[in-house]
Design a protein around this ligand. Structure first.
Ligand SMILES: Nc1ncnc2c1ncn2[C@@H]1O[C@H](COP(=O)(O)OP(=O)(O)OP(=O)(O)O)[C@@H](O)[C@H]1O
Ligand SMILES: O=P(O)(O)OC[C@H]1O[C@H](OP(=O)(O)OP(=O)(O)O)[C@H](O)[C@@H]1O
Length: 231
């Protein structure tokens, strides 16, 4: 048996995760070509690297198909109900920082807060006969946040990418998405509500609480966590 470690299969998250483990003496690498999703681990026996979509790592941890996984805290909280009972946060990794926020058109000079958004949503419904649309891929987090803050008169529209473009394309009036530098929001003439921060996210190492582990696996896990200095 081996411990399975799930890591994002591409982009900045993959590279920075490889760097983070490498700095702690565990060399992770992609085996074969750029397009082959197989991985190799050097520096410790009994650990297998599984390259996965960042968005699928929460589900794989929850199912116990991987024992350890690196992904954003935003994706774990979005994809897993009662995430805390399913996975354990082992260590924040200090990169992949992004804020999940609610943004509206910069031209909406009267809308700066969630209360303003609530009033705008009521006015929008009265005027157009439909609820104001918020485009997002973070359905659970956005619904929970707006419920807690008393905003009810809206509908979510699903957007799995290029979410900031939905306002210009007239498929939504507002967006809830992650932002890092703010460049994408500015380029699409959107502004963040002053109290519209839903979550601060960063790449984090998670452990599955329910994964089956043999005695040997538990020894490998303990050794790995000591080597990573996160036990
Ligand atoms: N511009 C950014 N700066 C920093 N972190 C980001 C940025 N965009 C996304 N992230 C973070 O990276 C993680 C992966 O994001 P996302 O779901 O967009 O991945 P992806 O690249 O589309 O991968 P996949 O489609 O394979 O799941 C998330 O935790 C997210 O918060
Ligand atoms: O604040 P910024 O630094 O501009 O970054 C924010 C952008 O980065 C992410 O998009 P990504 O490039 O991952 O593509 P996506 O639209 O497919 O999610 C996110 O969805 C924003 O669009």
């Amino acid at each position: 048996m081996t411990i399975k470690l799930g890591v994002p299969s591409k982009g900045r998250l993959m590279e920075k995760t490889f760097d983070w483990f490498g700095a702690r003496g565990i060399a992770l690498s992609r085996a074969g070509s750029e397009r082959e999703y197989a991985g190799a681990v050097d520096g410790i026996d009994g650990v297998e690297l599984v390259l996965l979509s960042a968005g699928e790592i929460p589900r794989e941890l929850a199912a116990g198909r991987i024992q350890l996984g690196v992904t954003g805290t935003d994706l774990v909280r979005e994809k897993l109900g009662a995430w805390d009972s399913v996975v354990e946060e082992i260590a924040p990794l200090g990169f992949g920082h992004a804020d999940l926020i609610i943004a509206v058109p910069a031209l909406w000079v009267d809308v700066d807060t969630l209360d303003d958004l609530d009033a705008a949503a009521a006015a929008f419904r009265a005027r157009h006969g439909m609820r104001l649309r918020i485009a997002t891929k973070y359905h659970r987090l956005v619904r929970d946040f707006l419920r807690e803050h008393g905003v009810a008169d809206y509908q979510l529209v699903d957007s799995q990418g290029a979410t900031e473009g939905t306002v210009k394309n007239e498929t939504a009036e507002a967006v809830a998405d992650i932002t890092s530098t703010g460049d994408t929001l500015r380029a699409n003439h959107l502004k963040v509500l002053s109290d519209g921060l839903i979550l601060k996210s960063q790449a984090t190492l998670f452990r599955a609480r329910r994964a089956e582990c043999s005695k040997d696996d538990r020894a490998v896990m303990a050794d790995l966590l000591v080597r990573l200095k996160v036990d």
